[in-house]
Design a protein around this ligand. Structure first.
Ligand SMILES: Nc1ncnc2c1ncn2[C@@H]1O[C@H](COP(=O)(O)OP(=O)(O)O)[C@@H](O)[C@H]1O
Ligand SMILES: [Mg+2]
Length: 294
């Protein structure tokens, strides 16, 4: 974020070139935090658009971007950097033999470090971030202390704790982030996302988009589901149903293909089973549809 790259200009490009639908409030908040040289943690359910939003913003910022995806076997050295053994043999330990990891790279370049699913990272990796986040400085054994160049920020995403079997961020780490929560978007915004032209195909049928919206939004309200379907599940359903012919039967088949892996049932739903739980919602949508156009 700079004078040539103002918040409204970036938002306009996100809507235009990057095809981000809605989310103006969240985008503004993220950009203002970055302007204030703070670090941002985006939280929200799986498939709500966290990675999509940060990737789009990163492309438009005009700063170098370093992306890391959280996983439980990630190491501190991978994040900061490591000494290259053959170069160490020739030249010893020093700047020449050190290979920058994404954290050091972003600090040196005054860039953005995007850590996707930070909560999947082991505790050691989370701890390495602490001094970098609040003092813009890290200590690397045998190399010395490294100061971040102006412009360095970290944007991280995490899924809410109740939905993932991964570690929870420490209080110390949370204390260094500003939190922005993403929830499901409005019906109209979701309709726009589902109606967009697909890379391989024509725009999806309006009826199909309507049924899909009713179904994914229905799972979020239904007492049978603990976690409902996201827009990602909706996109999958629309694409599959379009490939199958876009009629009601395709919609029902696509629902059974796309939803079971992307929702969680609660006790009542588990007793019924995923197939019946989903069919109970599609049956309702069918009834409502026939009432409207008898
Ligand atoms: N605001 C949005 N505008 C357009 N597409 C979106 C938007 N939010 C989400 N999507 C679509 O939903 C998909 C899933 O989002 P993603 O960022 O992968 O979810 P998360 O990281 O929260 O699990 C994206 O790939 C994108 O196609
Ligand atoms: Mg993601």
């Amino acid at each position: 974020v700079s004078k040539k790259n103002s918040v409204p200009q970036i938002i306009a490009r996100l809507e235009g070139q990057q095809q981000v639908i809605g989310r103006q409030g969240e985008i503004e908040a993220i950009l203002h935090c970055l302007l204030a040289r703070r670090h941002v943690l985006l939280e929200g359910p799986v498939g709500v658009g966290k990675t999509y939003l940060v990737s789009a913003i990163a492309k438009e910022l005009g700063r170098p971007v370093f992306r890391v995806d959280g996983d439980s076997r990630y190491t501190e050295h991978k994040l900061t950097g490591w000494f290259d053994p053959p170069t160490v043999l020739k030249k010893g330990y020093g700047a020449d033999s050190f290979i920058d990891g994404p954290l050091v790279g972003a600090m040196r370049a005054g860039g953005l470090l995007f850590i996707n699913e930070l909560n999947r990272m082991p505790e050691g990796v989370q701890n390495v971030l602490l001094p970098a986040l609040d003092e813009g400085r890290i200590e690397i054994p045998r190399l010395g202390s490294l100061e971040a160049k102006e412009g360095f920020s970290v944007v991280a995403t995490q899924n809410p704790r109740e939905f993932v079997a991964t570690s929870h961020l420490s209080e110390a780490l949370l204390d260094r982030f500003e939190l922005i929560s993403l929830s499901y978007q409005s019906e109209e915004e979701e309709r726009t996302i589902l109606s967009a032209l697909r890379p391989l195909d024509k725009a999806p049928k309006e009826d199909l988009v309507g049924w899909t919206l009713a179904l994914i939004r229905g799972t979020r309200k239904s007492p049978l589901f603990r976690r409902g379907a996201s827009i990602r599940a909706g996109l999958s359903m629309v694409d599959i149903a379009t490939a199958m012919g876009s009629d009601w039967a395709s919609f029902e088949k696509a629902a059974l293909l796309a939803l079971p892996t992307r929702v969680e049932l609660n006790e009542e739903g588990l007793e019924l089973g995923a197939k019946k739980a989903i069919e109970s919602l599609t049956d309702e949508i069918k009834k409502k549809g026939t009432q409207k156009n008898p």
